[in-house]
Write a protein that binds this ligand. Sequence first.
Ligand SMILES: *Cc1c(COP(=O)(O)O)cnc(C)c1O
Length: 354
Amino acid sequence: MQLHNFSAGPSILPKEVMYQAGEAVKELNNSKLSLIEISHRSKAFIEIMDEACELALRLTGLENQGYKALFVQGGASLQFLMIAYNLLQNKAGYLNTGTWSDKAIKEAKLFGDVVEVSSSKDKNYNYIPKDYSIPSGLDYLHITTNNTIFGTQYKSIPKTTSPLVADMSSDIFSRDFDYSKFDLFYAGAQKNMGPAGTTLVIIKESILGKVSRAIPSMLNYQIQSSKDSMFNTPPVFAVYTSMLNMRWIEAQGGVKVLGEKNASKAKLIYEEIDRNNRFEGFANQEDRSNMNATFNLKDPSLAEAFDGFCEAAGISGLKGHRSVGGYRASMYNAMSIESVEILVDCMQALEKKY
Ligand SMILES: *Cc1c(COP(=O)(O)O)cnc(C)c1O
């Protein structure tokens, strides 16, 4: 039976990407060697890294605009401190829209003053704050464009005169917008880009070199950049597989086409959540994420029945995060609309029978 993988992360990748990555582990391009046993300084791997960086900039429309793409290790969580290490001299602003922003704030406080510009904690982060004023003179403003756990997503990007930094771990390459509004954005690979083990960081290079503290080499964007992400051995498998997935994204028509597909998938599930009176949505309607739909059963005693329908239909990874409960349907780029239709069928089956 085919499974429909709604996992929030590590998460679904296109079948052909998985297949090609598997082949390269066996043998890379008829080289008689595996991807994971060649030197990262070899021509073959340098070409892979270069292509991955080029694709990342091309997909976000940022080629030749003073931006650099880096692939680093340590996950998105290391970026929480690397950003502050490299950019926070006096004061930074953070919008707190959930667990991940909260963790980013905690790390930044080790380096300077942090202003929590606004927070949606009062309602367990079920919305994106809108009425707030951003102080001037910040070293940067940090936002989390998609809140994986709570299922909220910025539909418009805050306007600020300070450099704008964004955690896009769970919605990178999922929609078309003006990426040049951001001065730095980053994404742990394992949500919408590739396997765990690498993090994409795209930086406008002109914002670097402004803090006075000494920065350890591994955590220094300028050093990582001058070494083209090869200061030390990069995570070759994660970079290669992410590169394959970015090729796949481009072949699908890029972020614009995928953005439209993602919007259709989201529409389908949210219409059912609103129509079907066994269920209720968690996130504020206007802030609903196109990537992670969070919802609950109105009557929790129906959970066993609903889980049974889902299991029989091959639905996997639907359990909500413990801080929200209920269900979370993660519908990243590689998920087909047919899989979402099957989930909707299960919701309707529950409604019919109970
Ligand atoms: C998963 C996630 C993270 C944490 O990523 P790691 O790579 O595990 O450190 C950070 N931010 C967001 C928005 C996420 O979804």
